[in-house]
Design a binder for this molecule. Structure first.
Ligand SMILES: [Zn+2]
Length: 507
């Protein structure tokens, strides 16, 4: 039984303002006759005593009550993930508007700031929101459609036909709603997507209140939204113009992979991304088959091939990076390419294990990605990805010291931000950054005892332990309840789509 430790106090600014008004009006009669006489005197002398008294009074009150904030969130532990990896016991975060004002010990923050609202979690861990660096959100409606198959078999014989018959704008809308619901309740505050009808995905992401790096897909065959890559390029530019200054959405260009997109469109994707200083998202070096085919066809690895086309000259995020040579690591480092490590997907599809320790040692920013909801993972818990990322490195290197818990948590937060080129905005709790916060509930059997906070987060806690979520200064989950979407309606629609998809595949 989890006891709620929530306390929502519509606090103090309005109370303070009323108190000041009351005090000021109480002060006026006390000036009384002598006061009026003095004011006349002062008025003659031009000193205006009453306004001065009131000004001094208000200034004294301000210094007494502190600067204004919108929110103060407090918790038993605040894990900042800043450069010094500061952890504050009995800590607090103050938020104003979209950004973090201050992070520090609770006593200090409460003395300095007066917040309109506050939330106290004396049994909680406050963390930066998690960052998923690779997903396909609308595919949530295909969850479990064809498991335990090879990637090419799964794609060619199940996913591509199912997409052809079912994916339209409404499918994408409801699939994204289902995905956003699952991600928000699991503590993901930013996700990175590659799919079709990405403008609709962006609309739903905003509706949910989540942050998204959302890439419109280009692929070399007729897709549900665009019949040719040329059409897709035009649609992508329109989409990028629409969302380029959005506070929650980073629009991106997403050529699917080197094996599904013709060279000229890989290059055109780079040019379009550069025009808007946007990231280019691409599946990269995922399977042995992709690697072998590239070697046979281009006499180069997938990474070297992309470099030869100039596609790595700019903000790029490659998903997977399982099959990378030492030479590939040098290329990726020199172009500051980011990578998304998807350990569940790579395990489930038998793709292999990325050389995460070598990649990190080479200085290549690498986050974790769930790789979506259908077939390759079936869920979107970054707690699972961080845990598995750490354990797979220990297995493949036969070394329990490989990728310790603090590094796995960095991959789910600040390193994910770095891989996306957003480390100045998100990924850690620091003044000036976007207010993307999550709270984990420790008031439960898995939450005690705590000898090491990072071990607790990475190896013990689960996505279901996320109790509260704020994105961009707005609370979107409170005590495990989604505030922005209607779960019952979304789950009902998912059941409806299941019947529709099953019928379509029987035809
Ligand atoms: Zn993928």
């Amino acid at each position: 039984m989890i006891r709620s430790c929530s306390r929502m106090i519509p606090a103090c600014n309005s109370v303070v303002a009323h108190a000041l008004v009351r005090a000021a009006s109480a002060l006026l009669p006390t000036l009384g006759e002598p006061g009026r006489k003095r004011r006349r005197e002062e008025s003659r002398r031009g000193t205006h005593g009453l306004p001065r008294v009131l000004t001094l009074f208000f200034l004294a009150c301000l210094s007494l009550f502190g600067e204004s904030a919108d929110w103060i969130w407090t918790a038993r532990f605040v894990v900042t993930m800043n450069a010094g990896r500061r952890v504050i016991e009995h800590g607090a975060v103050a938020v104003r508007g979209e950004r973090i004002l201050a992070v520090g010990p609770r006593a200090v923050i409460e003395k300095r700031y007066q917040a309109k609202f506050r939330m106290d979690r004396p049994f909680g861990i406050l963390l930066p929101g998690l960052i998923d660096t690779h997903t396909h959100a609308p595919m949530s409606l295909f969850r479990g459609i064809a498991d335990d198959r090879r990637l090419q078999d799964w794609l060619q014989n199940y996913i591509f036909p199912a997409e052809r018959k079912n994916v339209d704008r409404e499918f994408v809308r409801w699939g994204t709603r289902l995905a956003c619901l699952e991600m928000a309740l699991s503590g993901t505050t930013t996700y990175t997507d590659m799919y079709y009808f990405e403008d609709t995905i962006a609309e739903v992401t905003k509706e949910a209140g989540l942050r998204g790096v959302l890439g419109q897909s280009l692929i070399g065959f007729p897709a549900p939204d665009n019949k040719t890559p040329a059409e897709a390029l035009v649609a992508t530019e329109r989409y990028m113009q629409k969302f380029r200054n959005d506070p929650l959405i980073v629009p991106a260009v997403a050529p699917h992979s080197i094996y599904t997109v013709p060279e000229e469109y890989l290059k055109a994707s780079r040019a379009l991304a550069d025009k808007y200083n946007a990231p280019l998202l691409i599946h990269l070096a995922e399977t042995r088959a992709e690697n072998d085919e590239s070697l046979a066809k281009h006499h180069m690895t997938p990474v070297a091939f992309l470099e030869s086309l100039g596609v790595l000259n700019g903000r790029t995020l490659g998903a997977h990076g399982v099959w990378l040579s030492d030479g590939d690591l040098r290329i990726l480092k020199s172009h500051r390419t980011g990578l998304a490590h998807c350990p569940s997907s790579n395990s489930k599809l038998g793709s292999g294990v990325a050389r995460v320790v070598d990649i990190r040692n080479a200085g290549i920013p690498m986050g974790v990605g769930s790789d979506g909801f259908a077939g390759s993972n079936n869920q979107a818990s970054l707690f699972q990805e961080m845990d598995l990322a750490a354990k797979l490195q220990k297995v493949t290197r036969m070394d329990p010291t490989a990728l310790p818990a603090p590094e796995a948590l960095a991959m789910g937060t600040i390193d994910g931000a770095r891989a996306l080129g957003l480390e100045k905005e998100i990924g850690s709790l620091e003044p000036g950054k976007r207010a993307d916060l999550i709270v984990l509930n420790l008031n439960q059997p898995r939450g005690v005892p705590i000898y090491d906070i990072y071990s607790e987060i990475v190896y013990a806690l689960k996505s279901t332990d996320v109790s509260d979520v704020m994105v961009n200064g707005n609370p979107i989950v409170r005590e495990h309840r989604m505030l922005t979407l209607d779960p019952r309606q979304i789950m009902g629609k998912a059941a409806e789509y299941q019947r529709r998809v099953q019928t379509s595949l029987q035809k």
